[in-house]
Ligand binder design. Structure first.
Ligand SMILES: Cc1cc2nc3c(=O)[nH]c(=O)nc-3n(C[C@H](O)[C@H](O)[C@H](O)COP(=O)(O)O)c2cc1C
Length: 227
């Protein structure tokens, strides 16, 4: 079959499937569970699966926040409202990306609730936080790893129709809290962390199996070029 993504986005004709397969195909995606602080110092926490590492040395991550949805005459569309995480990160210049484990999955999901501006998702989800070292937003205490980030760039992205649909926020990682239990011989045992990743629809996957495959010509890590 051929799925017509453009027809789905423009709502012009039947794209070929009842649900958009995009997120089920570009999968799994890591979840950046983003902590920010409001102007008054309240902790905001929300999951973002349009989240990725985009460069290293210095290490840069990115999350993408859609505009808030609005309902007009029963139809849902993107409005002008911006999500708290994007607003707070850009205004304060800092955010923390917590990794989500299988154990933390329900708490993560609860923090995606749309709460009023003055209500923190942390209390809503009953989570414990721990201080960060070099940025003000705290980390989730039970996360196996949390990346402390400063915002280095942010911008809106337009679609072909010209509207701003989402905003990218780029953060340079200053340092990472890592649970010592997951460090073996100086390397992080990612598979042992049981990280939760996002797929399509209401599906998630747990990352629990790793395999090794050196590069054919040279390996920048093993050959000592990159540590
Ligand atoms: C697993 C998961 C991943 C999500 N990923 C995104 C995302 O990448 N971008 C986005 O705009 N919203 C995403 N959401 C929805 C936001 O978490 C939700 O809109 C939340 O209320 C935003 O909170 P904030 O306004 O405090 O930032 C995701 C939700 C879940 C459960």
């Amino acid at each position: 079959m051929y799925y017509d993504s453009e027809a789905r986005a423009a709502n012009t004709s039947d794209p070929g499937l009842p649900f958009n397969p995009f997120k089920a195909l570009v999968a799994p995606r890591p979840i950046g569970w983003v902590t920010t602080l409001t102007e008054s110092g309240m902790v905001n926490l929300a999951p973002y699966s349009y989240f990725q590492a985009v460069a290293d040395n210095p290490d840069i991550v990115m999350f993408s926040a859609a505009s808030e949805l609005e309902v007009h005459d029963g139809a849902i569309s993107f409005g002008k409202g911006r999500k708290h995480s994007e607003n707070n990160a850009v205004a304060s210049g800092e955010f923390v990306c917590n990794l989500v484990t299988f154990e933390l999955r329900e708490g993560m999901n609860l923090t995606s609730a749309h709460l009023p501006d003055d209500e923190s998702e942390v209390a809503h989800a009953g989570l414990e936080m721990a201080p960060s070292r070099r940025v003000k937003p705290p980390r989730v205490a039970r996360t196996p790893a949390a990346l402390e980030c400063v915002v280095v760039d942010s911008h809106p992205v337009r679609h072909r129709g010209g509207d701003h649909l989402f905003h990218l926020v780029f953060g340079e990682v200053l340092g990472v809290h890592i649970d010592d239990a997951f460090i073996k011989d100086g390397r992080v045992d990612t598979a042992a962390m049981q990280l939760v990743t996002r797929m399509g629809y209401d599906e998630y996957a747990v990352l629990e199996k790793a395999f090794v495959m050196p590069r054919p010509d040279f390996d920048p890590v093993l050959d000592g070029m990159v540590k």
